[in-house]
Design a protein around this ligand. Structure first.
Ligand code: LLP
Length: 421
Protein backbone atom coordinates (compact mmCIF):
# COMPACT_ATOMS: atom_id res chain seq x y z
CA UNK A 1 0.00 0.00 0.00
CA UNK A 2 1.22 3.50 -0.74
CA UNK A 3 -0.06 7.05 -0.49
CA UNK A 4 -0.27 7.82 -4.21
CA UNK A 5 -3.99 7.69 -4.90
CA UNK A 6 -6.49 9.35 -7.21
CA UNK A 7 -8.87 11.87 -5.71
CA UNK A 8 -11.60 13.35 -7.87
CA UNK A 9 -9.80 12.19 -10.97
CA UNK A 10 -6.35 13.55 -10.11
CA UNK A 11 -3.32 11.68 -8.78
CA UNK A 12 -2.13 12.83 -5.36
CA UNK A 13 0.98 12.25 -3.29
CA UNK A 14 -0.55 12.12 0.19
CA UNK A 15 -2.59 15.37 0.29
CA UNK A 16 -0.77 17.16 -2.53
CA UNK A 17 -1.93 17.00 -6.17
CA UNK A 18 0.92 15.83 -8.40
CA UNK A 19 -0.03 18.50 -10.93
CA UNK A 20 0.62 21.19 -8.32
CA UNK A 21 4.16 19.91 -7.74
CA UNK A 22 4.73 19.67 -11.49
CA UNK A 23 3.64 23.28 -11.92
CA UNK A 24 6.05 24.38 -9.18
CA UNK A 25 9.18 22.39 -10.06
CA UNK A 26 8.75 21.45 -13.74
CA UNK A 27 9.13 17.93 -15.14
CA UNK A 28 10.58 15.39 -14.92
CA UNK A 29 11.02 14.89 -11.18
CA UNK A 30 10.93 12.27 -8.45
CA UNK A 31 8.41 12.55 -5.64
CA UNK A 32 8.47 10.56 -2.40
CA UNK A 33 5.82 10.07 0.24
CA UNK A 34 6.93 10.36 3.86
CA UNK A 35 3.97 8.32 5.12
CA UNK A 36 4.81 5.47 2.74
CA UNK A 37 8.50 5.44 3.67
CA UNK A 38 7.62 5.31 7.35
CA UNK A 39 4.94 2.69 6.86
CA UNK A 40 7.36 0.39 5.07
CA UNK A 41 10.07 0.84 7.70
CA UNK A 42 7.50 0.12 10.41
CA UNK A 43 6.37 -3.09 8.69
CA UNK A 44 9.89 -4.49 9.01
CA UNK A 45 10.36 -3.20 12.54
CA UNK A 46 7.06 -4.78 13.60
CA UNK A 47 7.85 -8.03 11.77
CA UNK A 48 10.87 -8.53 14.06
CA UNK A 49 9.09 -7.53 17.25
CA UNK A 50 10.05 -9.72 20.16
CA UNK A 51 13.55 -10.26 18.78
CA UNK A 52 16.46 -7.95 19.47
CA UNK A 53 16.96 -6.30 16.08
CA UNK A 54 17.92 -3.29 14.01
CA UNK A 55 16.50 -2.46 10.59
CA UNK A 56 19.40 -0.92 8.67
CA UNK A 57 17.97 0.81 5.60
CA UNK A 58 20.11 -0.01 2.53
CA UNK A 59 20.55 3.60 1.55
CA UNK A 60 21.87 2.76 -1.89
CA UNK A 61 18.17 2.49 -2.86
CA UNK A 62 17.50 6.21 -2.28
CA UNK A 63 20.00 8.26 -0.36
CA UNK A 64 18.71 11.81 -0.29
CA UNK A 65 19.46 13.43 3.07
CA UNK A 66 15.77 14.12 3.68
CA UNK A 67 14.87 10.46 3.14
CA UNK A 68 17.67 9.32 5.45
CA UNK A 69 16.60 11.78 8.12
CA UNK A 70 12.97 10.68 7.87
CA UNK A 71 13.93 7.04 8.42
CA UNK A 72 16.63 7.73 11.00
CA UNK A 73 14.18 9.71 13.12
CA UNK A 74 11.91 6.66 13.07
CA UNK A 75 14.77 4.58 14.49
CA UNK A 76 16.36 3.08 11.38
CA UNK A 77 20.04 2.24 11.18
CA UNK A 78 21.80 2.47 7.81
CA UNK A 79 23.56 -0.01 5.59
CA UNK A 80 26.26 1.81 3.61
CA UNK A 81 28.49 0.54 0.81
CA UNK A 82 30.96 3.38 0.32
CA UNK A 83 32.74 6.14 2.18
CA UNK A 84 30.38 8.57 0.47
CA UNK A 85 27.32 6.79 1.78
CA UNK A 86 28.88 6.63 5.24
CA UNK A 87 29.38 10.42 5.23
CA UNK A 88 25.85 10.94 3.90
CA UNK A 89 24.44 8.86 6.75
CA UNK A 90 26.45 10.81 9.30
CA UNK A 91 25.39 14.11 7.73
CA UNK A 92 21.76 13.03 8.13
CA UNK A 93 22.38 12.60 11.85
CA UNK A 94 22.80 8.81 12.05
CA UNK A 95 25.24 7.83 14.76
CA UNK A 96 28.11 5.52 13.91
CA UNK A 97 26.83 2.74 16.14
CA UNK A 98 23.82 2.43 13.82
CA UNK A 99 25.82 2.28 10.58
CA UNK A 100 26.79 -1.03 9.03
CA UNK A 101 29.47 -0.98 6.33
CA UNK A 102 28.89 -3.49 3.51
CA UNK A 103 30.50 -3.37 0.07
CA UNK A 104 32.84 -5.56 -1.92
CA UNK A 105 36.03 -3.50 -1.99
CA UNK A 106 36.44 -1.17 0.95
CA UNK A 107 39.48 1.06 0.54
CA UNK A 108 41.92 2.09 3.26
CA UNK A 109 40.49 5.62 3.20
CA UNK A 110 36.92 4.36 3.55
CA UNK A 111 37.86 2.06 6.42
CA UNK A 112 39.69 4.89 8.16
CA UNK A 113 36.72 7.23 7.73
CA UNK A 114 34.38 4.68 9.31
CA UNK A 115 36.70 3.71 12.15
CA UNK A 116 37.31 7.34 12.99
CA UNK A 117 33.66 8.36 12.83
CA UNK A 118 32.33 5.23 14.55
CA UNK A 119 30.86 2.09 13.05
CA UNK A 120 28.46 -0.62 14.18
CA UNK A 121 30.32 -3.25 12.19
CA UNK A 122 32.06 -3.99 8.92
CA UNK A 123 30.60 -6.80 6.85
CA UNK A 124 33.87 -8.22 5.55
CA UNK A 125 33.86 -9.52 2.00
CA UNK A 126 37.26 -11.23 1.69
CA UNK A 127 40.40 -12.17 3.59
CA UNK A 128 42.55 -9.47 1.98
CA UNK A 129 39.96 -6.90 3.06
CA UNK A 130 39.95 -8.39 6.56
CA UNK A 131 43.70 -7.87 6.82
CA UNK A 132 43.45 -4.27 5.69
CA UNK A 133 40.69 -3.51 8.24
CA UNK A 134 42.89 -5.10 10.91
CA UNK A 135 45.88 -3.00 9.87
CA UNK A 136 43.92 0.28 9.84
CA UNK A 137 42.35 -0.52 13.22
CA UNK A 138 45.76 -1.22 14.76
CA UNK A 139 47.15 2.00 13.28
CA UNK A 140 44.28 3.96 14.85
CA UNK A 141 44.50 2.04 18.13
CA UNK A 142 40.93 0.74 17.95
CA UNK A 143 39.24 -2.63 17.52
CA UNK A 144 37.00 -3.06 14.49
CA UNK A 145 33.79 -5.06 15.00
CA UNK A 146 33.23 -7.39 12.06
CA UNK A 147 31.02 -10.03 10.56
CA UNK A 148 32.14 -12.05 7.57
CA UNK A 149 29.81 -12.17 4.59
CA UNK A 150 29.30 -15.77 3.61
CA UNK A 151 28.17 -16.82 0.18
CA UNK A 152 25.71 -19.68 0.76
CA UNK A 153 25.50 -20.74 -2.91
CA UNK A 154 21.74 -20.30 -3.08
CA UNK A 155 19.79 -19.35 -6.19
CA UNK A 156 17.82 -16.21 -5.34
CA UNK A 157 15.62 -16.72 -8.43
CA UNK A 158 15.84 -13.10 -9.45
CA UNK A 159 17.32 -11.13 -12.37
CA UNK A 160 20.91 -12.31 -13.02
CA UNK A 161 22.30 -8.79 -12.55
CA UNK A 162 20.99 -8.56 -8.98
CA UNK A 163 21.57 -12.13 -7.75
CA UNK A 164 24.49 -12.25 -5.33
CA UNK A 165 24.33 -15.52 -3.44
CA UNK A 166 25.60 -18.04 -6.01
CA UNK A 167 29.16 -19.30 -5.85
CA UNK A 168 29.97 -17.67 -9.18
CA UNK A 169 29.06 -14.22 -7.84
CA UNK A 170 31.80 -11.93 -6.54
CA UNK A 171 30.27 -11.55 -3.08
CA UNK A 172 31.44 -12.91 0.27
CA UNK A 173 33.52 -15.97 1.07
CA UNK A 174 32.34 -19.50 0.20
CA UNK A 175 30.40 -20.81 3.18
CA UNK A 176 32.43 -24.02 3.06
CA UNK A 177 35.57 -22.02 3.93
CA UNK A 178 33.96 -20.16 6.83
CA UNK A 179 35.73 -22.15 9.54
CA UNK A 180 39.15 -21.29 8.17
CA UNK A 181 38.32 -17.64 7.53
CA UNK A 182 36.83 -17.12 10.99
CA UNK A 183 39.92 -18.69 12.58
CA UNK A 184 42.02 -16.24 10.58
CA UNK A 185 39.84 -13.32 11.70
CA UNK A 186 40.08 -14.38 15.34
CA UNK A 187 43.88 -14.34 15.10
CA UNK A 188 43.94 -10.66 14.09
CA UNK A 189 44.16 -8.37 17.14
CA UNK A 190 42.56 -5.35 15.42
CA UNK A 191 39.32 -7.24 14.82
CA UNK A 192 36.48 -8.42 17.00
CA UNK A 193 34.38 -11.10 15.36
CA UNK A 194 30.78 -10.53 16.38
CA UNK A 195 28.65 -12.32 13.82
CA UNK A 196 27.80 -13.54 10.35
CA UNK A 197 26.50 -11.63 7.32
CA UNK A 198 24.60 -12.92 4.30
CA UNK A 199 22.80 -11.22 1.41
CA UNK A 200 21.68 -13.35 -1.51
CA UNK A 201 20.15 -10.87 -3.92
CA UNK A 202 17.53 -8.28 -4.58
CA UNK A 203 13.88 -8.31 -5.69
CA UNK A 204 13.27 -11.82 -4.32
CA UNK A 205 9.64 -12.75 -4.83
CA UNK A 206 9.67 -16.03 -2.89
CA UNK A 207 10.71 -16.91 0.64
CA UNK A 208 12.31 -20.23 -0.23
CA UNK A 209 15.78 -18.89 -1.17
CA UNK A 210 15.86 -16.91 2.09
CA UNK A 211 14.89 -20.05 3.97
CA UNK A 212 17.69 -22.05 2.36
CA UNK A 213 20.26 -19.35 3.08
CA UNK A 214 19.14 -18.66 6.65
CA UNK A 215 19.08 -22.37 7.46
CA UNK A 216 22.70 -22.57 6.36
CA UNK A 217 23.51 -19.52 8.48
CA UNK A 218 21.87 -21.19 11.50
CA UNK A 219 24.03 -24.29 11.04
CA UNK A 220 27.10 -22.15 10.60
CA UNK A 221 26.31 -20.19 13.77
CA UNK A 222 26.31 -23.39 15.82
CA UNK A 223 29.45 -24.64 14.14
CA UNK A 224 31.39 -21.42 14.67
CA UNK A 225 30.22 -21.21 18.28
CA UNK A 226 31.48 -24.75 18.80
CA UNK A 227 34.79 -23.57 17.38
CA UNK A 228 34.96 -20.88 20.04
CA UNK A 229 33.64 -17.79 18.24
CA UNK A 230 31.21 -15.55 20.06
CA UNK A 231 28.61 -15.25 17.30
CA UNK A 232 25.94 -12.91 18.63
CA UNK A 233 24.72 -10.86 15.66
CA UNK A 234 23.33 -12.06 12.34
CA UNK A 235 23.07 -9.60 9.45
CA UNK A 236 20.62 -11.10 6.98
CA UNK A 237 20.94 -8.55 4.17
CA UNK A 238 18.05 -7.13 2.20
CA UNK A 239 16.31 -8.36 -0.88
CA UNK A 240 12.60 -8.73 -0.21
CA UNK A 241 10.85 -7.89 -3.48
CA UNK A 242 8.05 -5.44 -4.17
CA UNK A 243 5.02 -5.67 -6.46
CA UNK A 244 6.07 -3.81 -9.61
CA UNK A 245 2.94 -4.89 -11.47
CA UNK A 246 0.00 -3.96 -9.33
CA UNK A 247 -2.41 -6.16 -11.19
CA UNK A 248 -0.81 -9.53 -10.45
CA UNK A 249 2.32 -9.41 -8.29
CA UNK A 250 2.10 -10.51 -4.69
CA UNK A 251 5.56 -11.03 -3.20
CA UNK A 252 5.76 -12.19 0.42
CA UNK A 253 4.99 -9.57 3.06
CA UNK A 254 7.50 -8.30 5.63
CA UNK A 255 5.49 -10.02 8.36
CA UNK A 256 5.94 -13.37 6.58
CA UNK A 257 9.62 -12.64 6.09
CA UNK A 258 9.93 -11.81 9.80
CA UNK A 259 8.21 -15.06 10.74
CA UNK A 260 10.67 -16.98 8.55
CA UNK A 261 13.60 -15.27 10.28
CA UNK A 262 12.22 -16.21 13.67
CA UNK A 263 11.57 -19.77 12.53
CA UNK A 264 15.02 -20.38 11.06
CA UNK A 265 17.18 -18.36 13.47
CA UNK A 266 15.07 -17.54 16.53
CA UNK A 267 16.49 -20.37 18.65
CA UNK A 268 20.04 -18.98 18.41
CA UNK A 269 19.37 -15.95 20.60
CA UNK A 270 21.28 -13.64 18.27
CA UNK A 271 20.61 -10.00 17.56
CA UNK A 272 19.11 -9.75 14.07
CA UNK A 273 19.95 -7.09 11.52
CA UNK A 274 18.25 -6.70 8.18
CA UNK A 275 19.14 -4.36 5.31
CA UNK A 276 16.03 -3.71 3.24
CA UNK A 277 16.29 -1.00 0.60
CA UNK A 278 13.82 -1.53 -2.22
CA UNK A 279 10.84 -2.44 -0.08
CA UNK A 280 11.19 0.72 1.99
CA UNK A 281 11.76 3.20 -0.84
CA UNK A 282 10.50 1.55 -4.03
CA UNK A 283 6.78 2.10 -3.76
CA UNK A 284 7.32 5.30 -1.78
CA UNK A 285 8.42 7.15 -4.92
CA UNK A 286 7.14 8.08 -8.36
CA UNK A 287 8.91 9.57 -11.33
CA UNK A 288 6.68 12.17 -12.97
CA UNK A 289 7.21 12.96 -16.60
CA UNK A 290 5.42 14.92 -19.33
CA UNK A 291 4.42 13.84 -22.80
CA UNK A 292 6.36 15.92 -25.34
CA UNK A 293 5.06 14.35 -28.54
CA UNK A 294 2.80 11.57 -29.69
CA UNK A 295 4.32 10.17 -32.85
CA UNK A 296 2.66 7.71 -35.20
CA UNK A 297 5.15 5.14 -36.41
CA UNK A 298 4.91 2.08 -38.63
CA UNK A 299 2.07 0.16 -37.02
CA UNK A 300 2.64 1.70 -33.61
CA UNK A 301 2.36 4.97 -31.73
CA UNK A 302 5.19 6.35 -29.64
CA UNK A 303 4.68 8.41 -26.52
CA UNK A 304 7.79 10.57 -26.32
CA UNK A 305 8.34 11.75 -22.76
CA UNK A 306 10.66 14.35 -21.25
CA UNK A 307 11.99 11.68 -18.84
CA UNK A 308 14.58 9.26 -20.19
CA UNK A 309 16.85 6.33 -19.45
CA UNK A 310 19.36 8.64 -17.76
CA UNK A 311 16.65 9.55 -15.22
CA UNK A 312 15.36 6.01 -14.65
CA UNK A 313 17.74 3.34 -15.94
CA UNK A 314 15.96 0.24 -14.63
CA UNK A 315 13.98 -0.68 -17.77
CA UNK A 316 17.08 -0.34 -19.98
CA UNK A 317 19.39 -2.10 -17.53
CA UNK A 318 17.28 -4.91 -16.12
CA UNK A 319 14.33 -5.09 -18.54
CA UNK A 320 12.41 -3.88 -15.50
CA UNK A 321 8.69 -3.25 -15.61
CA UNK A 322 7.30 -0.06 -14.09
CA UNK A 323 3.59 0.59 -14.11
CA UNK A 324 2.99 3.93 -15.85
CA UNK A 325 -0.24 5.76 -15.18
CA UNK A 326 -1.81 9.00 -16.34
CA UNK A 327 -1.79 11.68 -13.66
CA UNK A 328 -5.26 12.73 -14.80
CA UNK A 329 -7.36 9.65 -14.07
CA UNK A 330 -8.94 8.25 -17.23
CA UNK A 331 -12.72 8.31 -17.26
CA UNK A 332 -14.21 4.90 -16.41
CA UNK A 333 -14.70 2.78 -19.52
CA UNK A 334 -12.41 4.97 -21.65
CA UNK A 335 -10.81 2.79 -24.28
CA UNK A 336 -7.07 2.30 -23.86
CA UNK A 337 -4.60 2.04 -26.70
CA UNK A 338 -1.10 0.57 -26.95
CA UNK A 339 1.91 2.90 -27.02
CA UNK A 340 5.66 2.43 -27.06
CA UNK A 341 6.72 4.74 -24.24
CA UNK A 342 10.15 6.24 -24.84
CA UNK A 343 12.46 9.04 -23.78
CA UNK A 344 14.32 11.53 -25.97
CA UNK A 345 17.82 10.02 -25.55
CA UNK A 346 19.50 8.89 -28.77
CA UNK A 347 19.49 5.17 -28.02
CA UNK A 348 16.97 2.47 -28.82
CA UNK A 349 17.46 1.28 -25.24
CA UNK A 350 15.77 4.47 -24.10
CA UNK A 351 12.46 2.63 -24.11
CA UNK A 352 10.41 2.38 -20.93
CA UNK A 353 7.69 0.09 -22.23
CA UNK A 354 6.54 -1.48 -25.48
CA UNK A 355 2.91 -1.72 -26.55
CA UNK A 356 1.72 -0.61 -23.14
CA UNK A 357 -1.99 0.07 -22.90
CA UNK A 358 -2.64 3.64 -21.85
CA UNK A 359 -5.57 6.01 -22.08
CA UNK A 360 -5.26 8.39 -25.04
CA UNK A 361 -2.60 10.98 -24.15
CA UNK A 362 -1.59 14.28 -25.69
CA UNK A 363 1.43 16.58 -25.46
CA UNK A 364 1.55 18.28 -22.07
CA UNK A 365 -0.15 15.41 -20.22
CA UNK A 366 1.62 14.08 -17.14
CA UNK A 367 2.39 10.44 -16.48
CA UNK A 368 3.65 8.77 -13.30
CA UNK A 369 6.10 5.87 -13.17
CA UNK A 370 5.18 3.83 -10.15
CA UNK A 371 7.65 1.94 -7.93
CA UNK A 372 10.42 4.35 -8.89
CA UNK A 373 11.53 5.36 -5.40
CA UNK A 374 14.28 2.75 -5.14
CA UNK A 375 17.24 2.63 -7.54
CA UNK A 376 15.74 5.54 -9.49
CA UNK A 377 17.27 8.91 -8.61
CA UNK A 378 20.42 7.29 -7.22
CA UNK A 379 21.22 5.57 -10.52
CA UNK A 380 20.52 8.62 -12.67
CA UNK A 381 23.20 10.24 -14.80
CA UNK A 382 23.62 13.36 -16.88
CA UNK A 383 23.97 11.43 -20.12
CA UNK A 384 23.14 13.66 -23.11
CA UNK A 385 23.79 16.61 -20.74
CA UNK A 386 20.39 16.15 -19.22
CA UNK A 387 20.39 17.64 -15.70
CA UNK A 388 19.77 15.28 -12.78
CA UNK A 389 16.08 15.69 -12.09
CA UNK A 390 14.77 17.20 -8.85
CA UNK A 391 13.60 15.17 -5.88
CA UNK A 392 10.56 16.27 -3.92
CA UNK A 393 9.36 14.99 -0.55
CA UNK A 394 5.72 15.16 0.45
CA UNK A 395 4.55 15.19 4.05
CA UNK A 396 0.78 15.44 4.45
CA UNK A 397 -0.27 18.59 2.65
CA UNK A 398 3.27 19.97 2.42
CA UNK A 399 5.96 19.38 -0.13
CA UNK A 400 9.57 20.44 -0.39
CA UNK A 401 12.22 20.19 -3.08
CA UNK A 402 14.90 18.04 -1.44
CA UNK A 403 17.29 18.25 -4.37
CA UNK A 404 17.19 21.05 -6.90
CA UNK A 405 17.57 20.63 -10.61
CA UNK A 406 21.04 21.96 -11.47
CA UNK A 407 21.33 24.73 -14.05
CA UNK A 408 23.13 24.10 -17.32
CA UNK A 409 25.83 26.55 -16.20
CA UNK A 410 26.47 24.48 -13.08
CA UNK A 411 26.82 21.37 -15.19
CA UNK A 412 29.08 22.92 -17.79
CA UNK A 413 31.24 24.75 -15.25
CA UNK A 414 32.06 21.52 -13.47
CA UNK A 415 34.46 20.81 -16.32
CA UNK A 416 37.81 22.55 -16.35
CA UNK A 417 39.90 23.38 -19.39
CA UNK A 418 43.62 22.55 -19.15
CA UNK A 419 45.97 25.48 -19.57
CA UNK A 420 47.31 24.28 -22.92
CA UNK A 421 43.92 24.80 -24.57
N1 LLP B 1 22.39 -5.30 1.42
C1 LLP B 1 23.33 -5.50 0.48
C2 LLP B 1 24.63 -6.01 0.86
C3 LLP B 1 23.02 -5.25 -0.88
O1 LLP B 1 23.94 -5.46 -1.80
C4 LLP B 1 21.73 -4.76 -1.23
C5 LLP B 1 21.40 -4.46 -2.62
C6 LLP B 1 20.80 -4.55 -0.19
C7 LLP B 1 21.16 -4.84 1.12
C8 LLP B 1 19.42 -4.03 -0.45
O2 LLP B 1 18.66 -4.92 -1.21
P1 LLP B 1 17.11 -4.59 -1.48
O3 LLP B 1 16.38 -4.75 -0.18
O4 LLP B 1 17.03 -3.21 -2.00
O5 LLP B 1 16.71 -5.61 -2.47
N2 LLP B 1 19.94 -1.52 -8.89
C9 LLP B 1 19.21 -2.76 -8.79
C10 LLP B 1 19.26 -3.34 -7.39
C11 LLP B 1 20.65 -3.58 -6.87
C12 LLP B 1 20.70 -4.13 -5.47
C13 LLP B 1 22.07 -4.17 -4.94
N3 LLP B 1 22.21 -4.60 -3.59
C14 LLP B 1 17.77 -2.55 -9.25
O6 LLP B 1 17.43 -1.43 -9.65
O7 LLP B 1 16.98 -3.49 -9.28
Amino acid sequence: MDHFLYRDGALYAEDVPISEIAAAVGTPFYVYSTATLLRHFQLFDDALEGTEHLVCYAMKAASNQAILKTLAQAGAGMDVVSGGEYLRAKAAGVSGDKIVFSGVGKTVDEIRTALTGGIRQFNVESEPEMEVINAVALELGVVAPITVRVNPDVDAKTHAKIATGKSENKFGIPIARASEVYAHAASLPGLEVIGIDVHIGSQLTELEPFELAYTKVAELTEQLRAEGHNIRRLDLGGGLGIPYTRANDAPPLPVEYGALIKKTLGHLDCEIEIEPGRLIAGNAGLMISKVIYVKSGEGRDFLILDGAMNDLIRPAMYEAHHDIVAVQEPAPGLEQQPYDIVGPVCETGDTFAKQRNMPPLAPGDLVAFRSAGAYGAVMASEYNTRPLIPEVLVHGDQFAVIRERPSFDEIINRDTIPEWL
